[in-house]
Design a protein around this ligand. Structure first.
Ligand SMILES: [Zn+2]
Length: 206
């Protein structure tokens, strides 16, 4: 990891979403602010928030986007297939849980191969559909933000609207070929792990 780069984790919302903030050279990007956007903005006072990024459009990952964007002026980026979902994910019903707020329409659609930079750090966007149509992984600096695609010992559910087990299986095969084993995986929920540990013991990666 670039020496000036730091990753902070905030656990937010009713189903304990991991919100990650990458800080480098006074700049920050926020990944999956699922709730508590105003409180996150307060935590990040003094930093220039360059972008708010969602790994996918579920309410528990985007519920805090609007308040955080309003407070910081940062743009909101997500892959196009999930952008529409993010704008109504705050409505109760979708997943049976009420989230903070709908996300605003995206300011930019992230695509496979895009590179997101913050200060000295950079991350490549990898398309990772399966849990939703527009899931992405951000890979760089020795870590991968994997959203709800891979968890420690498990993978994301595919029984929600837009989920597809066969598509997820294809994504997992692709990620096995792209993510180096020593990479620390930072999932959208629960504990971090490494690609090596998941290659060894995650039944979905065998
Ligand atoms: Zn999800």
């Amino acid at each position: 990891m670039a020496s000036d780069t730091q990753i902070r984790t905030y656990i937010v919302g009713p189903i304990q979403t991991n919100c990650y903030v990458v800080v480098s050279k006074g700049h920050a990007i926020v990944i999956d602010p699922g709730a508590s956007g105003a409180a996150l903005a307060k935590e990040l006072e003094g930093l220039q928030v360059d972008a708010i990024i969602a790994t996918h459009g579920h309410g528990d990952h985007v519920g805090g986007v609007r308040a955080l964007a309003d407070a910081t002026g940062a743009p909101f980026w997500i892959a196009e297939p999930d952008a529409e979902r993010a704008t109504h994910s705050g409505s109760p019903g979708g997943l049976g849980i009420a989230y903070d707020d709908d996300a605003p329409m995206a300011d930019r659609f992230l695509e496979e191969g895009d590179v997101v930079t913050v200060g000295d750090a950079s991350f490549e966007v990898i398309g990772a559909p399966g849990h939703t149509e527009g899931g992405i992984v951000l890979l760089g600096e020795g870590v991968a933000f994997v959203g709800d695609t891979i968890f420690k010992g498990a993978v994301g559910r595919t029984d929600f609207k837009g989920g597809d087990a066969a598509v997820l299986a294809r994504t997992l095969r692709k990620l096995k070929g792209i993510i180096p084993p020593e990479t620390v995986l930072l999932p959208g929920h629960d504990a971090q792990t490494t690609m090596a540990a998941e290659l060894r013991s995650n039944p979905y990666l065998q």
